[in-house]
Design a protein around this ligand. Structure first.
Ligand SMILES: NC(=O)c1ccc[n+]([C@@H]2O[C@H](COP(=O)([O-])OP(=O)(O)OC[C@H]3O[C@@H](n4cnc5c(N)ncnc54)[C@H](OP(=O)(O)O)[C@@H]3O)[C@@H](O)[C@H]2O)c1
Length: 316
């Protein structure tokens, strides 16, 4: 009897593992191969969702390239970021390259709730079809919690958690009223498990994942496509702590390459890393039990921390 009970528990555990892995494999194939089988967008994004998009954190990295990719598809873009000079420069660049309108909104998301009435006022006459909740901040370098300045922890929470929540809450009613819209919530592969030495950052990305999955269920039937975009490493200034990441490679694409892939999944895939090689990595990472992933994540971050400290020592 005892042995039978153990056998049943074992069989259930194996079945859960197999189903989870097969589901990951299915997601991998549908996310990464499907866009290649349908190379051109059947219905242009502007027809599907509307002619305006807003992108938060759009003066650099992934956000800037989302704005460029959307503009290339004939979509007018609202750029929301903190630096007016950089905003004007990106808006000029987009208008020179593509025949679309741009609007800039200066907002520092680290300030928390006080900035949203201003953004809402600026957006009130714009029928937003797409919102890319891209803005995000990371640790300066990997560190344990007590080394993280309290102000930095608040900055990460305000930028990574409050922004995605407030912006989504702000634009959803308009999208629902129009019966169409897409929201891309940029999370991170760090949502896969707790991440030592980047604990607050990774926890904010778990929030984004849970938030995205829940509101998708709430608004799917209203014609709103809500995507969870979970990149692994991309070579941007966010990773300034590691020259190896900044140098990039096949697994660490630059923002142009990454975004060119990620945009093809918009409207087609609900959960994706946005880049096929990240998808394969994500699949294998998920095979390992969480406690192993935590240990590997901690080790990788210890190496990045050491690389950063070494860099500081050579500088001084
Ligand atoms: N890079 C990666 O390896 C990686 C991996 C996984 C997920 N992600 C996620 O991808 C998203 C974009 O990251 P990225 O690598 O493109 O970062 P990035 O190159 O540092 O760009 C971040 C953008 O957000 C803006 N921004 C930062 N703090 C802001 C604030 N307080 N208020 C307004 N705007 C602010 C920046 O403005 P400035 O131009 O003024 O700096 C910039 O335009 C983030 O959500 C990040 O967590 C990145």
């Amino acid at each position: 009897m005892y042995v039978l009970a153990l056998a049943v528990i074992g069989a259930i555990a194996v079945a859960v593992f197999v189903i989870d892995s097969l589901w990951s494999l299915f997601e991998l194939i549908s996310s990464y191969l499907m866009p290649y089988f349908i190379p051109t967008e059947v219905l242009p994004l502007s027809k599907k969702y509307g002619s305006w998009a807003a992108i938060t954190g759009s003066t650099d990295g992934i956000g800037k390239h989302y704005a460029l990719e959307l503009a290339q598809r004939g979509i007018n873009v609202v750029l929301i970021s903190r630096n007016i000079e950089k905003l004007k420069k990106v808006a000029d660049e987009i208008e020179k390259l593509h025949s679309v309108k741009t609007k800039i909104i200066v907002a520092d998301f680290s300030k928390g709730p006080e900035i949203y009435p201003h953004i809402e006022e600026q957006l009130k006459d714009i029928p937003l079809g797409i919102l890319v909740n891209n803005v995000g901040v990371q640790y300066e370098y990997p560190m344990p919690l007590c080394e993280l300045p309290a102000a930095k922890a608040w900055e990460i929470i305000n930028v990574n958690v409050v922004a995605v929540t407030s912006m989504t809450r702000m634009v959803l009613p308009g999208m629902v009223a129009r019966g169409q819209g897409a929201i891309v919530n940029v999370s991170s592969g760090s949502e896969l498990q707790p991440l030592p030495l980047m604990s607050v950052y990774a926890a904010t990305k778990v929030y984004i994942r849970n938030f995205t999955f829940a509101i998708r269920d709430e608004y799917d039937s209203k014609g709103i496509h809500i995507q969870h975009l979970s990149p692994l490493f991309v070579s941007t200034k966010m990773n300034n702590f590691s020259q190896k990441l900044l140098d990039g490679n096949m697994l660490v694409p630059d923002a142009t390459t990454y975004t060119r892939h990620a945009i093809t999944t918009l409207g087609r895939v609900q959960n994706t890393t946005g880049y096929w090689l990240h998808g394969i990595q994500y699949f294998f990472i998920k095979l390992a039990p969480e406690w192993i992933r935590i240990k590997i994540g901690a080790q990788i971050n210890r190496e990045f921390r050491e690389e950063h400290m070494q860099h500081l020592r050579t500088k001084t």
